[in-house]
Structures are given as structure tokens and as C-alpha cells.
Design a protein around this ligand. Sequence first.
Ligand SMILES: Cc1cc2nc3c(=O)[nH]c(=O)nc-3n(C[C@H](O)[C@H](O)[C@H](O)COP(=O)(O)OP(=O)(O)OC[C@H]3O[C@@H](n4cnc5c(N)ncnc54)[C@H](O)[C@@H]3O)c2cc1C
Length: 346
Amino acid sequence: MSNRILVLGDGAAGTIISNKLRFLIPTEDADITVIGNSKFHYFKPDGIHIPLGMKRYQDSVKKPEFLFNYGINYVKDTISNIDVQNKKVSTKSGKEHTYDYLIIATGDRLVPEDIPNFASEAHHFYSLEGSLELKKKLAGFNGGKIVIGPSSIPYQCPPAPYEFTFQLYRYLNKRGILKDTEIHYIFPPNRVFTIENVAVYIEKLFDEKNIQYHTMFNVESIDSGARKINSLEGEELPYDLLVLVPPHKGQEVITKSGLADEVGYIDVDKHKLTYGNYDNVFVIGDATNLPISKAGATAHFESEYLASKIASEISGFISDDEYDGAVACTTVTGDEKAMTLYFSYN
Ligand SMILES: Cc1cc2nc3c(=O)[nH]c(=O)nc-3n(C[C@H](O)[C@H](O)[C@H](O)COP(=O)(O)OP(=O)(O)OC[C@H]3O[C@@H](n4cnc5c(N)ncnc54)[C@H](O)[C@@H]3O)c2cc1C
């Protein structure tokens, strides 16, 4: 009998897991269906380079259907409810999808509205629209105080704000306005990056470039009149240009379906990637509450583990392999250099 594998989400995690599953499982042994509502698939890491004129945005978008291998059914629809008890997923178009295996890969969303005045005062590079707006804003910038950083955690791709800062430094230098600019980097925990030895290295690079940093800075509000940001910890910082990573939350459908609280990230078994007591329901990518980076690289390593586990099971072999949280990802550090981070739960 053919198994039905249903993947929810057509972003990085949904695309990677379905292609890996199709590669490992013969078409007669499993139907693979992906449901997603992307208008286009945007390669988000390019968001760092688009505002600085280092990348053409047209090269960063693709039609999602072009990214799925032969033998994957792609359904363009919006998921409206996930009923894990009855193994049913409903969509906005009124359809119901049943499954033997469910993989939730719906990512997370930006909620700038959680900080008053964000829309009118802050710029960001966390969406294609945001990066294109920031590009225009930077073109008109001729010096002053730039404040950059994540407004709160968690957020996608923890290195992205420091990567953008280093590339911005290069951009300002090229335009000859570095000497007229002060760069201030803010970070919510008590060092400039979550992993300690990486933080030490980034602080060294910041010091060499005279980039000032302010840690334990969680953005609470933006004072548009005085042009300063206030932190939950009671600090304030004036700005001429504000580049903030917007706050993030999980998808509303996750909360509405009762799979997570109001914040929307799903608790999963960190070694099996399963949800609750359901050994046929898995969650990967940014949708999880796991204590590792929300990154495409994480989705990739999780998919490697999960596709092989499901394929083994379908072929009749019960695998007791566990995921150890291992991820590798490469990040740019300016001066035409990069650094690869390797980490795991331990
Ligand atoms: C500026 C920036 C730079 C980054 N750089 C890197 C990097 O260098 N390396 C790295 O590894 N990662 C990087 N990332 C992070 C990476 O892009 C994300 O972690 C990754 O996209 C997560 O994949 P995902 O599939 O979980 O979520 P997404 O890619 O966001 O996909 C979720 C999908 O689910 C769909 N969806 C959601 N809700 C519904 C619904 N109700 N119905 C139907 N479909 C739905 C969405 O349309 C979307 O297609 C970066 C991110 C940003 C913003």
C-alpha cells in the first residue's frame, strides 16, 4: 500500500524535505504532497546583499513549483486547520487532506506591529520588500548614527545582523562616508552573539572597525519624535537611521489549531522531531521551539535525518537514529572573508 506523506509549507524546509524524501522513496511506495501559499520562493540570505547593491533581487526569486523534483504533488493553497487527532488538514479552498505522515514546515512570520512606530521609523532586510526599501533609504544616507540589530529573540538566522553590519561597513567605506558615520550594534542577550566563542570573535572584529555595541538591549519602543529607541532594560539610543530585525512569531494557523501557545512555536521532541505523542507528526525548520538557530541550514540538517528515518520506516526497517542538533552554516564577516559555524545541542 502506498503511504501518504503530507508536507505543510513550501519554503526552505518544505522544499528540502520533500525533495530528499522523493530521492529516497520509490514513487510506488509513497505519495508526497506539499501544500504552501508562497507567491514566489525568495532566497532570504540575499536580503543582506540586496540593500547594498551587491545582488540583483531578480536572481533571488523563483516559482516554487520549479523547485520540486519530479513525483511531488504541489498544492497551492492556504492551510486553515491542522487536526492531528483525526489526521486531517483543511485548507482555505475548502479541501481536506489526510495523511499517514505529516511534516509541518510552516516557518514563522514577522510582527513589526508588536513595536509601536516600527513601520514609520525602522527599516529592515528580513523580506524582499524590506530590503528594496532599505536600498532606497541607504542611497539617500550621507552620514550620521546608524543603529542596527535584532529587536528581540528568537529571529531567523542569528548571524544575519552581524553579517549585514560588516557588509554595510564595506558599503559606507566604498561610498566615502564611513568617516561621517557611527555604527551602533544592539543585541538582546549579554554578548553580541548567542554562542560564546563566536561572540568573542565578533566583538574583536567590531572593536577593530570601531563599531560600538550595546548588549542586553531588547527593543521596547521607538520614540519617533526624539528619534531614539528604548530598551526593556532601561537604556536609550539615538539614531539617524534605524535598521532593526522585526520581532518574530510562529504562524497563526499553528496557534489556532492548538499546536502551540499565542507565540506560535511548536514544542517538539528534540531528538526525534516529533510533536506530542504522535510518532507520525514531525516539525522542522523555523516552526519549532528548538534551542538551535532558526536557519535554512538547520532545516537542511533536520531534513537529512528525517527523510532517512521515514524512508527506512517505509521500507520496513525501524531506525532508532536520533537527531543531535548538528548544523553547519557559513557567515560573512566582511573584508571578503567568511566563517563557518559548527554547532549541536551540546
Ligand atoms: C535576511 C536573512 C538572511 C538569512 N540568511 C541565512 C543563511 O545565510 N543561512 C541559513 O541557513 N539561513 C538563513 N536565513 C534563514 C532562513 O531563510 C530560514 O531559516 C528558512 O527560510 C526557514 O525555512 P522554513 O521552511 O522553516 O520557513 P520559510 O522558508 O519561511 O517557509 C515557510 C513556508 O510556509 C508557508 N506557509 C506558512 N503558513 C502557511 C499557511 N497557513 N498555508 C500555506 N502555507 C503557509 C509560507 O508561505 C512559506 O513558504 C536567513 C533569513 C533572513 C531573513
